[in-house]
Design a binder for this molecule. Structure first.
Ligand code: PLP
Length: 489
């Protein structure tokens, strides 16, 4: 393809993208295809000769688009939505057009420098302590692929710091802590690194948040057994229910254990810190006081298209001491002089995408006010959903709504004198869930909270409005009535 052909194909691509967004509302949220559908449509080997790109783009429309689940659909309430904006899309377009794996500053100075600047913008947007700013020269922020990637990286650094502090400690003594509500990223990091992992039980009466004393007890038990606690992954906004670990209690406990790293995973909820009124509930003061590292994903609820996980550390040297491996072929004049940041030394991979561009575009396009308005709008829409649930005698809210997430289920006990057992209620909710998940015009996901089967609704798609929330409630009410009928038969 030459430049003029690219110009033409590029305009056509933008037109198609616009048409896709314009027709989003009318599309199914969930792809209506069966497993293996694409193999039947696409040849089993690449063509011998290059094809006309118009045909290739037509095939995208014909074969790929029907197999897309529309995460940007206004009735997408599953998992945690990944809000995506045109500003972000354009950032990615420019970034891929200049394609460079910016592992060293000299690979493309603009890439490293924009990342350092926008990560400071992000830190200020969220109210993080200046200790986390890149301009501090000590702490700093780096863009990662995912929160799992961020957690794995800091766990590697935490292990490295611990074994430098206590060289006599054996690998099998090291233990990593998560809770039973932490995202699977903790257990996975343990698997990858061959570490002992303890998932501390959190209780329904604590709203599935970890209390300081519960952590202390676990640390004491394990220390008595000769184990060495070196990292704890706390969560602000757990995946299942949006629980917020009690960092104000956890922080002082962690400080009693030299070398114990506190990583705060706020993959979803962290961006709510952009609004001053949510900072107390999201534990900003404790993050600023106690966290060794903090991660949030702007690619979830932060308007930047995937991938855009942001990681801040209080001391960048903790990353570089663990991860700086510099053979001759990676050395540069500025790197040797220590006058630049070479981000390859802050994470596991070498090459990295130019992600700061989309971050910059989004933050400039929305501004702090626009960003805050979007977060507030999502929370307000969730509040509306909660009030609708409360108006119905059939629904119960399982855990306190968290920001833009509600966990609920059917509990007809509120409307009649029947008194079903816990397992009968779970059966009812599985029937309800099978009906809801069979629909293609709305997408929610389910979870299990200590044996209680429930449904989650997370608001976050940029185009969701009050009408979509009301429509969601209507659909859920219809399916609830159907489920209750089947269950009572
Ligand atoms: N942490 C929390 C609290 C999450 O909810 C999720 C995903 O939903 C993750 C981590 C994983 O995020 P990623 O896909 O960026 O690894």
């Amino acid at each position: 393809m030459d430049i003029e052909q690219f110009r033409k194909a590029g305009y056509a691509a933008i037109d198609r993208i616009c048409d896709y967004y314009a027709s989003l509302q009318a599309r199914p949220v969930i792809a209506q295809v069966q497993p293996g559908y694409l193999r039947k449509l696409i040849p089993d080997a690449a063509p011998e000769k290059g094809e006309d790109f118009t045909v290739v783009q037509d095939d995208y429309q014909k074969f790929i688009v029907p197999g897309l689940t529309s995460w940007q659909h206004p009735s997408f309430f599953a998992y945690f939505p990944t809000a995506c904006t045109f500003e972000g899309i354009l950032g990615d377009l420019y970034a891929s057009s200049v394609c460079h794996p910016g592992f060293n500053w000299s690979c493309s100075p603009a890439s490293t420098e924009l990342e350092a600047i926008t990560m400071d913008w992000g830190a200020k947007l969220l109210g993080l302590s200046p200790a986390f700013y890149n301009t501090s020269g000590v702490g700093g922020g780096v863009i990662m692929t995912t929160a799992s990637d961020s957690a794995l990286t800091v766990i590697v650094a935490a292990r490295s710091r611990y074994t430098r502090l206590f060289p006599e400690v054996k690998a099998e003594q090291l233990i990593l802590y998560v809770t039973t509500q932490t995202h699977s990223l903790g257990v996975k990091a343990g698997l990858v690194l061959g570490l002992k992992v303890r998932a501390i039980d959190v209780k329904a009466e604590d709203n599935f948040a970890l209390r300081g004393e519960v952590l202390r007890k676990a640390l004491e038990e394990d220390t008595e057994k000769g184990l060495k606690p070196f990292v704890f992954v706390a969560t602000v906004g757990t995946t299942s229910s949006g629980a917020i670990d009690r960092l104000e209690e956890i922080g002082p406990v962690v400080q009693d254990y030299p070398g114990l790293w506190l990583h705060v995973d706020a993959a979803w909820a962290g961006v709510a810190l952009s609004c001053p009124e949510y900072r107390e509930i999201a534990k900003l003061a404790s993050i600023n006081e106690y966290a060794t590292s903090f991660c949030t994903n702007f690619h979830k609820w932060g308007l930047v298209n995937f991938d855009m996980s942001t990681l801040w550390v209080r001391d960048r040297k903790l990353l570089t001491d663990a991860l700086d491996v510099t053979p001759e072929f990676l050395r540069t004049k500025h790197g040797d002089a220590g006058t630049v940041v070479d981000y390859r030394n802050w994470h596991l991979g070498l090459g990295r995408r130019f992600r700061s561009l989309k971050f910059w575009f989004v933050l400039r396009g929305f501004g702090v006010k626009g960003f805050q308005n979007y977060i507030r709008r999502c929370i307000k829409l969730n509040d509306l959903f909660v009030s609708l649930l409360k108006s119905s005698p059939n629904f119960a809210i399982v855990t306190p709504p968290s920001f833009a997430l509600t966990v609920f289920r059917l509990e007809p006990t509120q409307s009649s004198d029947i008194n079903p057992s816990a397992s009968q209620l779970n059966d009812l909710n599985r029937i309800f869930w099978s009906r809801v998940s069979a629909r293609h015009d709305i997408y929610l996901t389910q979870t299990d909270l200590n044996g209680v089967f429930c449904i989650r609704l997370a608001v976050g798609a940029e185009r969701t409005t009050e009408a979509h929330i009301r429509q969601a409630f209507e659909l859920l009410s219809t399916e609830a009535e159907g489920a209750l009928k089947v269950w009572q038969e």
